[in-house]
Write a protein that binds this ligand. Structure first.
Ligand code: 5GP
Ligand code: ZN
Length: 136
């Protein structure tokens, strides 16, 4: 299902042209218009899901299968040495386009990018409490 006025619905379904690296009946992989590095790509489902909370479990598995295929091809063709797979959910988490997408970011030596967080201190008791909160 598409959502009106969703730019990624339009791109994924070919209504708006994009630099497409891969397409099948359910996904399109495109080059990001504001790339972190050379070859930065996005996996878009053709159906509209705002984020991972809405994405069906089966599609989540398929996203990862597409990612695996793409990173192998891109590593070979671009000669990158590493890859970051990034997937933001919610504006608090940095999501700016509210149609599920996974970033495939090729990494090159001295590419000047960092994808990082500041590690916080946590005690064993706190870890135990968090674990129990999630799975207890
Ligand atoms: P987010 O911040 O939601 O995880 O990522 C959105 C990404 O979409 C950004 O990296 C941004 O550069 C990219 N983007 C936004 N609009 C367009 C567009 O119209 N075409 C393409 N190819 N990428 C877009
Ligand atoms: Zn959409």
């Amino acid at each position: 299902m598409r959502k009106d006025n969703c730019i990624f619905c339009k791109i994924a379904n070919g209504e708006i042209p994009s630099k497409t690296l891969y397409e099948d009946d359910r996904f399109r992989v495109i080059l990001d218009l504001g790339p972190a590095t050379k070859g930065h790509a996005l996996i878009l489902p053709k159906d509209h899901y705002a984020d991972i909370f809405e994405l069906p479990e089966e599609s989540a598995g398929d996203v990862m299968r597409v990612a695996k295929k793409m990173v192998l091809k891109m590593k070979e063709k671009l000669g990158c040495e590493g890859f970051n797979l990034v997937q933001n959910n919610g504006d608090l988490a940095g999501q700016t386009v509210f149609h599920f997408h996974m970033h495939l970011i090729p990494r090159y030596r001295a590419d000047g990018q960092t994808i990082a967080w500041k590690p916080q201190e946590v005690s064993d008791e706190e870890l135990e409490e968090i674990k129990n909160q999630i799975v207890g």
